[in-house]
Design a protein around this ligand. Structure first.
Ligand code: HEC
Length: 191
């Protein structure tokens, strides 16, 4: 259990931000970008909170199950609540549901497999659409479920093998670029 608490503490130590409510008037480009960005941050924060809570209370194998069940629900809820399309993706997918839209795929391919240091994201507005992309780096606690297969606890490997027969998201090291957190918001005048 000690290892689990350490992992949970390490995950908790990463700073979080809260999202702002959508603007009631026609949005400026900056406000549109901010809305997309805050939905992306909310996705990241919510996933992290759930992961920490699950590792703490139930251990890593149960956490992997919780994560696999809850991550798609969190994405769907956030899309519904904010009107922003959000997601996470990678060149090495665990879940096929996390397949990248083409603009994210293009960014991922342009980066390739590499350390996350020096990688910058995207913030662009085209017409009435804002796109935001933030790079995701591998941190120590992520290795529990994304590290070298030998270093992943056997009970976690069993959950992953059962749920993700085509899992490609192992073998990472701390500092590697894991993928992208992305969001796309459309300008609205009435929200
Ligand atoms: C308890 C196990 C566990 C831990 C710890 C964990 N993940 Fe995952 N990760 C999963 C599972 C299960 C999925 C597939 C379900 C989903 O979409 O979350 C996943 C999916 C992802 C995805 C979506 C892309 C894909 O391959 O489907 C990213 C990005 C990701 N993880 C990054 C991280 C990062 C970064 C950390 C550390 C901060 C981390 N994970 C820690 C289990 C874990």
């Amino acid at each position: 259990m000690r290892t689990h608490s350490l992992v949970a503490a390490a995950l908790l130590s990463v700073a979080c931000q809260r999202s702002a409510p959508p603007s009631p008037t026609r949005e400026s480009d900056e406000a549109l970008l901010a809305r997309a960005d805050s939905a992306a941050v909310r996705l990241s924060t919510t996933l992290r909170e759930r992961l920490v809570a699950a590792i703490r209370s139930e251990g890593p194998a149960a956490a992997a199950e919780v994560c696999s069940r809850q991550a798609p629900e969190i994405v769907a809820t956030l899309r519904r609540e904010t009107g922003v399309t959000v997601g996470r993706s990678s060149l090495r997918l665990r879940s096929p549901a996390d397949a990248a839209p083409s603009w994210v795929d293009g960014w991922l391919r342009a980066q390739g497999e590499r350390p996350a240091a020096g990688v910058t994201g995207l913030r662009v507005v085209e017409g009435d659409r804002a796109r935001v992309l933030r790079p995701i780096a591998i941190e120590g606690p992520c290795l529990l479920c994304h590290g070298e297969p030998d270093a992943i606890p056997a009970e976690v490997r069993a959950v992953l093998a059962a749920r993700y027969p085509d899992d490609r998201a192992t073998g990472y090291r701390v500092g590697d670029l894991r993928g992208a957190l992305w969001a796309e918001a459309t300008r609205s005048s009435g929200r």
